[in-house]
Design a protein around this ligand. Structure first.
Ligand code: UDX
Length: 432
């Protein structure tokens, strides 16, 4: 099928590339002409496993191209996906001006029937607004349908999640676009759910908020584990074997971050509030998440006492493993909190150091180290801030020798507690 994706961020670029990979004819649009030029030259602006090979392969096969013209994209396609940002606003709601702007532009250049699909995460009822907007600005009176098709990909596993989705959700105002949407997703072997547009939009917010709730739940359990001497990792393992619960998203740590969960949670609370519903449960999820960082910083201060003039090694800057994304990263927040307490940092991340430098600039108190095993050198303690599996390969013998004191604060429970203690570390983790 001929598909257009507007927006080449994490969602748009990965979606467009995967659609091309399965044989669709795809044009990706971005209003940042420089980014388009880079993509045309084969430069991928984000790190996402598999993407670097897939983009040039599909461009060479003639199935994928990039343009900065919405008119070009709309003209060359039957189905137009909107994958532009919906950034958070101060009051917790999201800014829908990019969606509205793109909807107007699409409307202005349609010359024949189009299906316009919203992939961005948006509040319930946005699809209805998009349909109204297109109708209003569609001077040529061209026929169209609006569809909601939320994206569930996880950064770092985006290609995998797109190629093998758990489900495809399609929200429609009428049955007419369903056949085409089935055709778009036919190459992907996944349950295909057709529902109304409001429910589709709600599925996304309800799913993400539930996952955030799961993390806050286990973090709250971790606090009780610490107070009682139980081990949250063992507790999560025991809980997770119940199929109704599942083991995933039960990893206690320094809290969730990233560009989705914090924003989607605030937005869902705000949407409910605007509809007259006080979603207190989700407010508590936020409170627990904020408290998780406080508890971890307190643990460091209680152990090291005064942080002023102490040097800490920090492993991890990305908001989670397998990504170079540092937006709303708990690891960066942790670094900022430690700096505020007067500490100096030696930091390392396998992929996110370049992006981190714009928010955490290198200075006499922030030193970027290119080799993970050199981070502990001359530090008073080591802090694990991101759940990169690579960190478990740290040379612990060497770290113990290089640290001024063999102290490790593990904010992601990456190491075996008994083994760390056997090696002589003072080892503080979360909920154990
Ligand atoms: C999330 C959803 O998983 C995805 O379906 C949606 O489309 C976008 O939002 P993403 O933000 O990429 O994806 O990351 P995810 O893997 O969900 O992790 C989010 C945050 O939760 C990270 O900071 C991670 O470290 C944290 N987390 C995750 C935990 O603290 N514990 C866990 O058990 C799982």
């Amino acid at each position: 099928m001929r598909l257009c994706i507007i927006g080449t961020g994490y969602v748009g670029l990965v979606t467009g590339t995967c659609f091309a990979e399965v044989g669709h004819d795809v044009v990706c649009v971005d209003n940042n002409a420089e980014k388009v030029r880079q993509l045309q030259a084969g430069k991928i602006p984000i790190y996402e496993a598999g993407l670097e090979e897939m983009v040039p392969r599909n461009v060479a096969a003639g199935r994928l191209r990039f343009t900065d013209s919405i008119a070009d994209g709309v003209e060359s396609s039957d189905v137009v996906f909107i994958a532009v940002p919906t950034p958070p606003q101060a009051d917790g709601s999201v800014d829908l001006s990019f969606i509205e702007g793109v909807a107007r532009e699409i409307a202005g250049c349609m010359t024949q029937y189009k299906i316009i699909v919203d992939k961005s995460t948006v509040p319930v009822k946005t699809g209805e607004k998009v349909a109204e907007t297109i109708k209003r600005y569609n001077k040529a009176r061209v026929d169209f349908d609006v569809v909601s098709n939320p994206e569930f990909l996880r950064e770092g596993f985006a290609v995998e999640d797109l190629m093998k989705p758990d489900r495809v959700v399609v929200g429609v105002l009428s049955q007419r676009p369903v056949v085409a949407m089935r055709e778009v997703y036919a190459p992907f072997d996944a349950p295909f759910i057709v529902t109304d547009i409001n429910s589709a939009e709600m599925i996304k917010h309800a799913a993400n908020s539930f996952l955030a709730l799961k993390i806050s739940y286990i973090n709250a359990v971790a606090a009780v584990c610490e107070a009682s001497g139980a081990n949250v990792v063992e507790v999560a393992a025991g809980m997770g074997l119940d199929k109704r619960i599942g083991r995933q998203f039960l990893n206690a740590g320094i809290g969730f971050g990233g560009s989705c969960f914090p924003k989607d949670l605030s937005a869902f609370i705000k949407i409910a509030e605007q509809l007259g519903v006080d979603f207190r449960l989700l407010k508590e999820v936020q409170t627990i998440n904020d408290g998780q960082m406080d508890r971890f910083v307190k643990k460091i201060i209680e152990t090291l006492w005064v942080l002023k003039d102490k040097r800490l090694g920090v492993l991890g800057l990305a908001f989670k493993q397998n990504t170079d994304d540092v937006r709303m990263s708990p690891a960066i927040e942790l670094c900022q909190r430690l700096l505020k307490e007067g500490a100096s940092l030696r930091v390392f991340d396998p992929k996110a150091m370049d992006k981190a430098k714009s928010i955490l600039p290198p200075s006499d108190r922030v030193e970027y180290v290119t080799d993970m095993d050199e981070v502990p050198t001359g530090c008073d303690a080591l802090v694990i801030a991101t759940e990169w599996p690579d960190f478990t390969k740290l040379n612990l013998e060497r770290a113990r020798g290089e640290l001024a004191h063999p102290i490790v604060f593990d904010g992601r429970n990456l190491f075996d507690k008994a083994e760390m203690e056997r090696m002589g570390f003072l080892y503080k983790s979360v909920g154990r």
